[in-house]
Design a binder for this molecule. Structure first.
Ligand SMILES: [Zn+2]
Length: 449
């Protein structure tokens, strides 16, 4: 018990001071937590305090100090910020193009780069982000703590990942899940029929549930699975899922509802991005996206002026991961490109202490003020439209992939979105390509049963 207390103090000290973590402490903390869970079945009293947000004033002071440290590291250690930051203290936002154009200019002189991760690049060319062994081990240990304490992951669970194998999320999830004692399956983004087979197949191994219990994937691939399952006559009885985690893309209420109906498990909506790891967010029951300030600074800026967006307005998420967590690719005020709406009123939900915005709205599509979420909400409310939803806006007209021409459906969409709508029969008929992450499909020799 004394050892645990000392490790918790060490962990808390790094969280408060913003200094580097002692990996030995963090790793031992994971082992302690796992042993407690195996013995008592729950994390024990006070464990929540480790991950909980502190009161706003203390949080503000911490944020100021961590920001100062992070800026100092970036300004003295990276070619990009050494050149950019002057003595006037102004830190201009960092655009994606800058990182994409010269990834090595953001790598600290003191770094020991160990792993190169590529972003999926559905919105352009992939971005390269280097990580060190320190970062990987720290983030995996933190993922393990969070999975055990707030995620309720237990040693008999089986977690399946169906995300791009090139992503850092894959590496962290594999290491994080196995550290908790649960089992990990790299399902991959395979033919949806093959994926359903794998989810439904009993695994018969000691100490584990009979089938996969947790599924982690992108929203468009969730759509592909739901459609395949509905068309194939699958039902919740075929699966043993306890939780589905969707991230990386806009998840609509309509798709979440259909997925919960089909898989008989709650679908959670999360937000993360390779460049800003370990900063991440989770959507609460009231539909806010909560992003804790412990891992980095999160700003919502007007997309044009880059000044703080006002209450109720749409802004872009701009994130600075703290240098206590990141020692390789250092980013200050990174413009994620992901839009959210600033809440009009402070949240009153169970997670009100954690800073919140609206859920991710995606990008602006065309110039009629429509966001990705506006369009997906409208399309996915129509059960007759195929999943994943595909569309393209051209000259003020929204082209939508539909299985068949349905005039009444097109009129409903036109009324809802206040734009002209043309239904087309396949993605190749769209005026511009509509890339979704479900397209990152991996070939396999398997045939679905
Ligand atoms: Zn909330």
């Amino acid at each position: 018990m004394f050892g645990t207390a000392v490790r918790q103090l060490g962990y808390a000290w790094s969280m408060i001071s913003g200094r580097r973590f002692r990996l030995k402490d963090v790793s031992a903390l994971v082992d302690d937590m796992r042993a407690t869970m195996e013995q008592f079945g729950s994390p024990g009293e006070g464990a929540d305090d480790l991950l909980a947000a502190t009161d706003p004033e203390i949080q503000e002071d911490l944020t100021r100090r961590r920001l100062k440290q992070t800026v100092r590291h970036a300004a003295t250690e990276t070619p990009y910020y050494r050149h950019l930051l002057k003595d006037d203290g102004i830190i201009p936002p960092t655009r994606k193009e800058a990182l994409r154009g010269m990834p090595s200019a953001f790598v600290s002189d003191l770094a020991k780069p160990a792993l190169l991760a590529y972003t999926t690049g559905t919105t352009g060319a992939p971005t390269m982000v280097w990580f060190s062994a320190y970062e990987l081990e720290l983030m995996s240990a933190m993922a393990a703590l969070s999975l055990m304490m707030s995620g309720g992951l237990r040693t008999d669970h089986i977690w399946a990942n169906a995300v791009s194998s090139r992503s850092i999320a894959q590496v962290i999830a594999e290491r994080g899940v196995t550290r908790t004692g649960a089992a990990f399956v790299n399902l991959g983004i395979v033919d949806p029929a093959v994926a359903l087979d794998r989810l439904a197949t009993p695994l018969h191994v000691p100490g584990r549930r009979p089938q996969i219990t947790h599924l982690n994937l992108n929203a468009s691939y969730l759509g592909a699975l739901v459609q395949e399952a509905e068309r194939g006559g699958w039902s919740p009885r075929d699966f043993c899922l306890e939780e589905v985690w969707s991230g990386g893309e806009v998840l609509t209420d309509a798709l979440r509802g259909r997925a919960e109906e089909m898989f008989g498990a709650p679908v959670h909506d999360g937000y993360s991005m390779t460049e800003i790891a370990p900063v991440s967010g989770e959507v609460c029951a009231d539909g806010h996206l909560h992003m804790p300030a412990d891992q980095g600074m999160v700003e919502v800026l007007d997309p044009v002026t880059m000044e703080p967006a006002e209450a109720g307005a749409i802004g872009v998420l701009v994130v600075t991961p703290w240098s206590a967590f990141r020692d390789t690719t250092l980013l200050l005020r990174y413009v994620t490109g992901d839009l959210v709406r600033v809440l009009s009123e402070p949240p009153e939900c169970a997670r009100a202490a954690i800073p919140a915005t609206s859920r991710i709205l995606g990008r602006m599509v065309g110039d009629q003020g429509l966001t990705t979420r506006d369009i997906l909400d409208a399309l996915q409310a129509e059960r007759d439209l195929p999943l994943p939803s595909r569309y393209a806006l051209d000259g003020g007209v929204l082209y939508v992939v539909a299985d068949k021409k349905d005039r009444a459906l097109a009129v409903r969409l036109e009324e809802r979105l206040s734009t002209g709508v043309v239904l087309v029969e396949g993605p190749e008929e769209l005026p511009a390509p509509c890339h979704v992450r479900a397209d990152l499909i991996e070939h396999s020799f398997e045939r679905p049963r």
